[in-house]
Write a protein of this length. Structure first.
Length: 332
């Protein structure tokens, strides 16, 4: 299915898939796909400001340069769309006010993409979506068959948030307690602020979690932490799930999110880090979550998320060696 006319102007047409890649709404369309974009438009798991249900559409619409997609990466010297087969599976059928049902539908959709041999790339939606993703990954690879690199302000390891167990603040707690995530297989980067507290950190220590706070990233330098995470991931499991809560960015760079926390990364720092990770490990799943367009300004946050996705798939294309890289350098 291809609902676009060739060379249609960026502002025209019926709406966009991610970079206008083909829309795939059945399992047959996944044949041969390397990456499958999937929207998870629900935010029933948020503890503060809602709005992330509008994230998938905003991330897709943040950058639309027409069809067919071409995105030559100036520094990596590769166009991901020339090397990889990238499709957009649209959004899961989210159930308003019924988070458990939305989770089950996301789990099934992610499982279908994994079964087809493609990498699910989920556009959130709130961070509770990591729990069904962990379920699907454990079913496909075993609970110790993958590692997690997790960028976030918050650890999302609460037993509950304000008494609610199925929340965007609990997916990695639930992952461990429900047997789909090995606590010693997750590495968290960028933590700051006042949540969680000592109780949750003690629980994380007990289960083997690794984390590097924002202060540690500043003191040691982000590159050193990123190389540490890559080396750790490659010695821990054969594949990696990369999950990016956009609130790891400073609110100056990502105002459109539900639980902003000052003191975060710049967009440039995060894109640079993601590029290294996606080149350095074998990604089996990825998501970018908590983009809440009602609080966004001039699409800053949606555009950052769009570029997080593009940076990831560009680095995957380079890792898989589908083209001869030709970085653009002046050579004088
Ligand atoms: Mn989060």
């Amino acid at each position: 299915m291809q609902p676009f006319r060739p060379n249609e102007p960026a502002y025209a047409g019926v709406g966009v898939t991610f970079c206008r890649v083909p829309l795939v709404l059945d399992a047959d369309g996944l044949a041969g796909a390397d990456v499958a974009i999937l929207g998870a438009p629900f935010d029933d798991g948020v503890s503060n400001r809602p709005g992330a249900r509008f994230g998938p559409r905003a991330i897709r619409a943040a950058d639309d340069l027409g069809w067919p997609p071409k995105r030559p990466h100036m520094d990596l010297g590769i166009d991901p769309f020339a090397s990889l087969k990238v499709v957009d599976c649209g959004d899961i059928d989210a159930a308003p006010a019924d988070l458990a049902t939305s989770h089950e539908r996301l789990r099934a959709a992610v499982a279908g993409i994994l079964a087809a041999g493609a990498m699910p790339l989920v556009l959130g939606g709130d961070h509770s979506l990591s729990f069904p993703t962990l379920q699907a990954l454990a079913a496909a690879h075993g609970s110790d068959g993958y590692a997690v690199i997790h960028f976030d302000t918050h650890t999302d390891t609460g037993a509950d948030v304000l008494g609610v167990a199925n929340s965007h603040g609990t997916p990695f707690y639930r992952g461990v307690t429900e047997g789909v995530l090995d606590g010693s297989h997750i590495f968290q980067i960028g933590l700051r602020g006042a949540w969680p507290g000592p109780t949750e950190f003690d629980w994380m220590r007990k289960h083997g979690f690794r984390w590097r706070t924002m202060d540690e990233c500043v003191d040691r330098g982000l590159d050193e932490v990123i190389y540490e995470a890559i080396d750790w991931a490659n010695s821990t499991a054969p594949r990696v799930y990369l999950t990016i809560d956009v609130d790891v960015l400073d609110p100056a760079y990502a105002p459109g999110t539900g639980t902003p926390e000052p003191g975060g990364f710049t967009t440039r720092e995060l894109l640079h880090a993601i590029r290294k990770i996606a080149r350095g490990v074998d990604l089996c799943a990825m998501d970018v979550v908590e983009v809440a367009p009602p609080y966004d300004v001039a699409d800053i946050t949606a555009l950052a998320a769009n570029r997080i996705v593009l940076e990831t798939i560009s680095a995957i294309a380079l890792r898989r060696g589908g083209q001869r890289p030709r970085p653009e350098r002046s050579e004088i």
